[in-house]
Design a protein around this ligand. Sequence first.
Ligand code: NAD
Length: 238
Amino acid sequence: MKNIVILTGAGISKESGVATFRDAGGLWTAYNPDEVMTRTAWKKNPAKVIEFKNMIRRDFVDNNYQPNAAHHALVKLEKEWAHGKVTIITQNIDGLHVMAGSTNVLDIHGNIGLKFCEYCGFESVYDADIVLSASCKKCGEIASTRPKIVMFEEYPYYSKEVQDCLSKCSIFAVIGSSLEVQPANGFGLTAKNYGSETTLINLEPPARGDLWHWDLRIYGPATLTVPVWVDKILANNP
Ligand code: NAD
């Protein structure tokens, strides 16, 4: 059994048109994450946080982003890999892996298409701006409904499933992440410690962090590097 686990970040969707957070022109050049993306901000100034999330949702609707060649290559990998399971762990909230056709995706930071009530947990489709003063359709609580997007100072989803697949994989790769966000920036080292081969695929070397635990480092735009990497893996493991 040879399982493959791939962690993806905002970089894989960049060539679909989705802005990253930390690149030049990324969202954090225009917004302060402390004011719009933390649990503290959500408690202190929920209107500002919701306004930011509504803006992101509208951006997705207006631009109708589509999966690119890198997303499609990972679908091919899942379909053609005959030696075990292929799991995508994604930090992205854009849903592009599922839209492309990947079926085993753990979206650990949530999904821009969903919202939920923090009071009762009621989940529903996020298909219109959230109005803070509106009440939850299930429990009636006011100002409790928020996008299903993990904020800084909160725990990501699927922690148990992630640890489980990191401990059982033979090939681990990260694609398009600055490796600045915890806990995902530690998954490579975890996989390596469990005995996996590790590959870093990014536009350029990450600004911070050790590189020693990456056996293979591939730099370039994901739409070019990922299809080539996938074809090599499939060719080397007939
Ligand atoms: P990040 O913005 O911190 O870093 C993006 C990385 O992608 C950088 O290292 C950059 O060099 C690389 N990159 C840029 N263009 C690339 C390309 N064409 N090919 C390959 N790599 C490219 O992203 P991150 O590490 O995922 O950071 C974390 C947070 O950003 C996550 O929590 C995620 O939820 C959020 N985010 C998600 C989206 C999305 O859903 N598409 C977009 C922006 C931010």
